[in-house]
Structure formats: structure tokens, C-alpha cells
Design a protein around this ligand. Structure first.
Ligand SMILES: Nc1ncnc2c1ncn2[C@@H]1O[C@H](COP(=O)(O)OP(=O)(O)OP(=O)(O)O)[C@@H](O)[C@H]1O
Ligand SMILES: [Mg+2]
Length: 262
């Protein structure tokens, strides 16, 4: 992991993404620092997932810059961004259903393995030592995230909450500098959410930067050091949980959403 001593490790400048006539993300400046839990909130459709998709290389930006570890990033695939040290989980679960829990986590190590993950999963000769190492690391991260079930069961057998934490283990195994979680608490019960909050704090303590999109305000306000708020693709506020809870523009954005859903 790279040390950035509290300086921003990732910055966006005037980052925009347009789909046809719609700006999903518009002129967003955001600064991500190591050791901080950075919340990203905003009403439905405000551009949170798109912002992460653009940063992690899923989409190419329409305009703007992304600086990571002091380097302005060229357009490049998500897999290259991952090799650089950015990982993410998706809003909807994306495990390989027919692979076991531990194999799913091992897949996350592929950008750091010499042989690549396919030979390891196929148990090709010559990769035994590396496989052992990757397997041990997968066990370590499964333990770290608090996975308690059978690591040999297929992913398709998992309930919702264990599924989400296995995805977090899969992200952590690549030892990222920045980890993005897209709505990790969605669909969890209050007890599961508490475990997740505790896990997110421990991830923050590892020294990497954690960025979490989340609708559950208890989760966000409970653990974030800083929160950025999007509305219609634009950053409308940024600050500590206390500042955000009393910010007029934020309250109005959410009241607008409440009216829309009424
Ligand atoms: N691939 C796409 N093609 C066209 N429009 C898109 C695409 N992805 C997102 N959008 C649009 O961009 C806007 C922002 O969507 P995005 O998914 O980023 O919002 P969000 O803040 O993550 O919302 P939610 O809280 O519902 O997940 C929405 O209007 C959405 O319909
Ligand atoms: Mg989203």
C-alpha cells in the first residue's frame, strides 16, 4: 500500500459524465484521503454510482480529470485501475455463483498474482505455492470481514448479508489503496448493519481510503469522517456528519425526494 500521509490519494477535477442529453455527473471535484471513511450520499439517481463508475474505469468521463497517486490517469480499463490500487463492490451482488466462497475471494487477488487466477482455480501444475499463498490470504480476509460460514460452499447458497461481506473480502484481498463500496448496507437488518459499520471502521484503520455510497443515514452519520452530497449529478455539499445534517441545500434535496416519492 502506498503511504500518502494524509494527503489526497485520489482527486477528481470538474469530472463529468453525460449519457445522451443527461449529465449523470457534472463538474464534480472530490478529494479522497487515506485513513478516512468518505461517505457519498444523495437522492436516487443523483449520480453516486456513476461517479464511482467513472473513477474506477467502468465508464470514460465526458470531461474532467482524475488524479491518483499524483498521476493524471489516462482513459483505461477498470482492470488497469484495479492494478493501480482501486477496487470496488457493486450496488448489486456480483459473485460467481458456481464458485465457492473462498474461490470468489481468491479471484480478487488476480491482479496481484504472477500466474493469474485461472490456472490457480484450475489447479494447473506449477502454481501450487502461489495457490497456497492466495488461499491463505483469502482465508485471512474472510476472517477479517467476519465471515462465519463454510468457505467451501458455493456462493449461490449464501444469504444476502454474508454475500455482501464476501464481496468486501474479495475487494480487500488485492490490498487496495482506495476501496469503494456501493450501498453495502442495503437489504441488511439492523444487527447486520452494526457488524458492517464495525467492519468499515476497521477497514478505515488499515490506512487505506474507504468511500461508501449509502442511503442509510445511521450508517453514514455513524462512521464517516467526511461526507460529499450529490444532487442531479452536482456536488451540493461536503463536510462532517454534523455539518451535513444541518446543511440547508442537503435538507432541501432530500425533502424534494420525499415529495417525489409521496
Ligand atoms: N448506463 C447508463 N445509461 C444512461 N443513463 C444512465 C446510465 N447509468 C446511470 N444513468 C442515469 O444517470 C443518473 C445517475 O444515475 P446513478 O445510478 O449514478 O445514480 P445513483 O445516485 O447511484 O442512484 P441510486 O441511489 O438510485 O443508486 C440517473 O438519471 C440514471 O438514470
Ligand atoms: Mg447507485
Amino acid at each position: 500500500m502506498t503511504s500518502f500521509n494524509g494527503e489526497a490519494i485520489l482527486e477528481t477535477k470538474q469530472l463529468s459524465k453525460r449519457f445522451g442529453g443527461l449529465y449523470a455527473v457534472k463538474n464534480v471535484d472530490i478529494s479522497i484521503r487515506p485513513g478516512r471513511i468518505h461517505g457519498l450520499i444523495g437522492p436516487n439517481g443523483s449520480g453516486k454510482s456513476t461517479l464511482i463508475n467513472v473513477i474506477t474505469g467502468v465508464y470514460t468521463p465526458t470531461a474532467g480529470e482524475i488524479t491518483f497517486k499524483n498521476e493524471i490517469l489516462p482513459p483505461e480499463r477498470a482492470s488497469v485501475r484495479m492494478e493501480r490500487g482501486m477496487v470496488r463492490t457493486f450496488q448489486t451482488s456480483r459473485l460467481f455463483e458456481e464458485l465457492s466462497v473462498i474461490e470468489n475471494v481468491m479471484v480478487g487477488a488476480h491482479c496481484r498474482t504472477k500466474s493469474g487466477i485461472i490456472p490457480i482455480l484450475l489447479k494447473t501444475r506449477g502454481v501450487t505455492a502461489e495457490e497456497k499463498n492466495v488461499r491463505e490470504r483469502a482465508e485471512y480476509w474472510l476472517d477479517f470481514v467476519g465471515f462465519e460460514g463454510d468457505v467451501c460452499q458455493k456462493a449461490k447458497a449464501l444469504a444476502h448479508a454474508p454475500r455482501r461481506i464476501v464481496e468486501i473480502a474479495r475487494a480487500l484481498i488485492s490490498e487496495p489503496d482506495v476501496i469503494f463500496l456501493d450501498e453495502p448496507a442495503a437489504g441488511m437488518n439492523p444487527e447486520e448493519k452494526l457488524c458492517l459499520m464495525e467492519l468499515m471502521c476497521r477497514i478505515g484503520e488499515l490506512g487505506n481510503a474507504l468511500v461508501a455510497i449509502e442511503h442509510d443515514m445511521k450508517v453514514i452519520m455513524g462512521i464517516c469522517n467526511i461526507i460529499s452530497v450529490l444532487n442531479f449529478g452536482t456536488k451540493i455539499a461536503e463536510g462532517t456528519p454534523t455539518e451535513i445534517q444541518t446543511n440547508k441545500a442537503v435538507i432541501e434535496a432530500y425533502l424534494g425526494e420525499a415529495k417525489k416519492n409521496a
